[in-house]
Design a binder for this molecule. Structure first.
Ligand SMILES: *Cc1c(COP(=O)(O)O)cnc(C)c1O
Length: 359
C-alpha cells in the first residue's frame, strides 16, 4: 500500500549535516541505547514494568506530584490531562498558539467533546486579567470554562518562557474560579534551566503537568503526565481506552530516566547556541531577527520578503545540508544535543551564502 499523501516526505536515510528543523530529531546516544538494551522490563499495563515505574516515580518527585503516568507522546499526555479536567460541552481555555489547539489534530473536539476558546496573548503568554475576562462560570446557555491549559516554553512563541510568578498566578486565578489547570511542559526542562526555577516550583500551582522525553532531552519516544493520585487514576482509564497502555515499555522509559539524569543541565548549551545563531543572523541584511526574544532553544526569524521563506528553506537544505522549517509565516531553527557550536557557525554562514545567491 502507498504511504498516505498527508505524511511529510522524508528526505533520505543519510543524516542531515545540521538539522535545526526540531529538537525531536535527536538520535539516542550510544550510552542511552546501552541503558535501553539492559533495562529490566515487565507488563506496563499491569503496572509491572520496573523501568516505567522508576521513570514515573522520578518525574512525580521532580514535579512534586503524587503520581505520574508514562505515555507514548506529549499529545496523549495533554489530551489525557484535559480529559480528566473537563466534560463534553465544557470549555478549555488556551492561548491561540497553544499546541493543544493548533497541533493535536482537533483532539479536544474529536476525543473529549470539549470546546476550546483561544486567548489572544503575546507570543503565547497571557495575563491574569485576560484569563479572568475569558473564564465563564457556565449556565444553561454558556459552556462552563473547566480548565486552562498553559504551555511553557511556548513552542509557537519561539520557545518563550513564562515569567514564573505569572505562571503560578494564572493557575491560582483558575483555581479561584473553580477551574482546573494543566501545564503543557513538553519543554518545561528548558524553562527550568533558562529561568533558574526548579521544575517543582514551576509545576507547583498546576493540577496536571506533562513533560516530553523526546524533545531536547533526547530520548526516542515518550512523555510523562503527573498530577494527584485520583487524576492519574482517571487518566489511566482514558489511556487504556485510547489504546495507550503498553507492555514492555521499560525499554523506552529507561531512555527517559537516563535523559532526565544526564541531559537537563546541558540544555544551557542549546540555549547558548540558539542565542549565538540569533546574534550571527543579525549581521545578515535580508534577515529580521530579535535576539532578545530568544529565551531558550528556538530562534524565529523572517526574511525581508516573506514569500521567499519556503524557496529559501528548500535551497538551504539542497545546497548546504542545513535544515530549518517554516512555521507561522516565519522561519524556525531549533537547537538540540546533536548540534554543536561549530554547526551553528556553519549554519549561519550557509544562511548568509544562500541569501546572497538569492540576491
Ligand atoms: C511537541 C509538543 C507537544 C506534543 O508532543 P508529542 O510528543 O510530539 O506528541 C506538546 N506541546 C508542545 C508545546 C510541544 O512542543
Amino acid at each position: 500500500m502507498n504511504e498516505p499523501e498527508t505524511k511529510p516526505a522524508t528526505r533520505s536515510r543519510v543524516p542531515i549535516r545540521v538539522d535545526l528543523v526540531s529538537d525531536t530529531t535527536t538520535q539516542p546516544s550510544v550510552a542511552m541505547r546501552k541503558i535501553m538494551a539492559d533495562a529490566v522490563v515487565g507488563d506496563e499495563q499491569r503496572g509491572e514494568d520496573p523501568s516505567v515505574n522508576e521513570l514515573t516515580a522520578l518525574v512525580a518527585d521532580l514535579l512534586g506530584k503524587e503520581a505520574a503516568l508514562f505515555v507514548p507522546s506529549g499529545t496523549m499526555a495533554n489530551q489525557l490531562a484535559l480529559g480528566t479536567s473537563c466534560r463534553p460541552g465544557e470549555e478549555i481555555l488556551a492561548e491561540e498558539r497553544a499546541h493543544v489547539l493548533t497541533s493535536e489534530a482537533g483532539a479536544p473536539a474529536a476525543l473529549l467533546g470539549a470546546m476550546v476558546r483561544p486567548i489572544n496573548g503575546d507570543r503565547g503568554v497571557f495575563t491574569v486579567d485576560q484569563l479572568a475576562d475569558a473564564a465563564r462560570p457556565g449556565n444553561f446557555k454558556a459552556a462552563r470554562s473547566a480548565v486552562v491549559a498553559v504551555e511553557n516554553t511556548v513552542n509557537r512563541g519561539g520557545g518563550r518562557c513564562w515569567p514564573p510568578e505569572l505562571l503560578s498566578a494564572v493557575a491560582e486565578c483558575a483555581r479561584a474560579r473553580g477551574m482546573r489547570s494543566h501545564l503543557d511542559g513538553a519543554r518545561l526542562c528548558n524553562a527550568a534551566i533558562a529561568t533558574g526555577v526548579t521544575l517543582r516550583d514551576l509545576a507547583h500551582s498546576y493540577d496536571t503537568v506533562s513533560l516530553d522525553m523526546s524533545k531536547g532531552l533526547g530520548a526516542p519516544v515518550g512523555a510523562v503526565l503527573a498530577g494527584s493520585r485520583s487524576s492519574m487514576e482517571h487518566a489511566w482509564l482514558l489511556k487504556n481506552r485510547w489504546g495507550g497502555a503498553m507492555r514492555q515499555a521499560g525499554i523506552l522509559a529507561a531512555a527517559g530516566t537516563y535523559a532526565l539524569r544526564t541531559n537537563v543541565e546541558r540544555l544551557a548549551e542549546d540555549h547558548a547556541n540558539a542565542r549565538l545563531l540569533a546574534d550571527l543572523l543579525t549581521d545578515i541584511p535580508q534577515v529580521q531577527v530579535e535576539p532578545e526574544n530568544v529565551d531558550t532553544n528556538i530562534v524565529m526569524f523572517r526574511l525581508t520578503d516573506s514569500s521567499e521563506h519556503q524557496p529559501f528553506v528548500d535551497r538551504l537544505l539542497a545546497e548546504t545540508d542545513v535544515r530549518v522549517g517554516v512555521m507561522d509565516h516565519q522561519i524556525r531553527a531549533v537547537t538540540h544535543l546533536d548540534v554543536t557550536h561549530d554547526d551553528i557557525r556553519y549554519a549561519a554562514e550557509s544562511i548568509r551564502s544562500v541569501l546572497t545567491a538569492l540576491g
